[in-house]
Design a protein around this ligand. Structure first.
Ligand SMILES: [Zn+2]
Length: 177
């Protein structure tokens, strides 16, 4: 039985994932409310309740800004798997392009890396966008915030999606064990 619970901040942004035991404690302590529950009951001799799937903290949890790791996957996520030159979108066959090519001293930084389809990447080759007469759809920036959530399973409960996609969450799918 899957009993992970998605925890939202007071502002409805995804905070983390917890066990239902911890979620129930937060609810009983008056620190959280249920946003979505499952059609399943959990009970002890003295109480029963529906199994929470999403809870929301009733006060704002401030947390230190997490630095988002500069990885190929995170560049693709920041750009939503959309080629920053032609706008084509696809989860497969996307590459990371150095805007100013490495051969011209272009650094590997958030500001100099964009998602590009293979076609645009090949067409641009070792040229700057100006030389290749290709323009970027938006200026690449360092992402401020990607809540990093590790989900220990293959699939996400459907009701979680609307809270996760809002914040461009990258989901690490890992199986336990
Ligand atoms: Zn393209």
């Amino acid at each position: 039985m899957n009993s992970d619970v998605l925890v939202l901040n007071f502002t409805y942004e995804a905070l983390n994932i917890t066990s239902f035991q911890r979620a129930v404690k937060l609810i009983f302590a008056g620190k959280a409310e249920i946003v979505h529950d499952l059609d399943r009951r959990i009970a002890s001799p003295s109480w029963q309740m529906r199994m929470p799937s999403i809870i929301r903290m009733l006060y704002y949890i401030k947390r230190p800004m997490q630095k988002v790791a500069l990885t190929k996957k995170n560049v693709l996520l920041r750009d939503d798997y959309t080629c920053q030159y032609c706008g084509v979108r696809g989860e497969r066959m996307m590459t990371v392009d150095h805007v100013v090519p490495r051969s011209r001293g272009g650094p590997s930084t958030w500001e100099n890396l964009v998602c590009a389809c293979m076609r645009c990447n090949n067409r641009k080759n070792n040229r700057s966008p100006q030389d290749a007469n290709m323009s970027l759809r938006r200026k690449p920036k360092t992402p401020k915030y990607i809540p990093w959530i590790q989900v220990r399973r293959n699939t996400l409960p459907g009701e979680w999606h609307k809270f996760l996609f809002l914040y461009n969450v990258s989901i690490e799918t890992k199986l336990e064990g």
